[in-house]
Design a protein around this ligand. Structure first.
Ligand code: ADP
Length: 175
């Protein structure tokens, strides 16, 4: 039986990749962990590279076509800073990570982002852009907001997601 499809989303720097890796490591079943930014680069699923913003313009149609067979197989984590491009039928759980914007600023500065990119992400986090996106794209019962500011929160978030996976498997064991 295929396992669930989990989207982990949030503004860049909120901790998606860190969470996704730990969830994949601790999961009771093997989960394929796809960092969409890396996947886009590796498979050249972009239209161009924007020098000014230091970001790829993703070819969303090709991205979705590429992901569709993987999603059909299930047992998947999709890690990306946006989520509303993914069809409503895809995820079983959408985790939105959030972080205090001052802390986020420090994380993005350490990452060497250009100032305007830090500012843009900082404002997006304050305005809860990704959270709103998730809430308007998926049923409320599958969207969960988790704060990701401390290592204790990281640990408890991962435990919660693992508990959710166990419960999902229990509920789907005959399907
Ligand atoms: N809950 C947390 N507590 C402490 N540090 C964190 C937490 N979540 C992420 N970090 C740190 O913040 C940085 C960005 O995390 P990362 O997982 O790369 O974010 P994203 O994938 O969302 O861009 C990393 O240095 C990571 O170790």
């Amino acid at each position: 039986m295929p396992g669930p499809v989990i989207i982990i989303t949030g503004t860049p720097g909120t901790g998606k990749s860190t969470h996704a890796q730990l969830v994949a490591n601790d999961s009771p079943i093997p989960l394929k962990n796809i960092n969409i930014s890396e996947y886009v680069k590796e498979n050249a699923l972009y239209e161009n590279y924007d020098e000014e913003w230091q970001t790829y313009t993703v070819d969303e149609d090709r991205l979705l076509d590429n992901l569709e067979p993987l999603v059909a197989q299930g047992s998947l984590i999709l890690d990306w800073h946006t989520c509303d491009v993914f069809p409503e039928r895809w995820p079983d759980l959408v985790v939105v990570l959030t972080c205090n914007h001052t802390k986020l600023w420090d994380r993005l500065e350490k990452r060497g982002y250009p100032l305007k990119k830090i500012q843009e992400n900082n404002e997006a986090e304050i305005m809860q852009v990704v959270l709103e996106e998730a809430r308007s794209s998926y049923p409320a019962e599958i969207v969960v907001e988790l704060e990701s500011e401390t290592s204790e929160q990281l640990e408890s978030n991962v435990s919660r997601i693992i508990a959710w996976i166990n419960s999902w498997l229990e509920n789907h064991k005959n399907s």
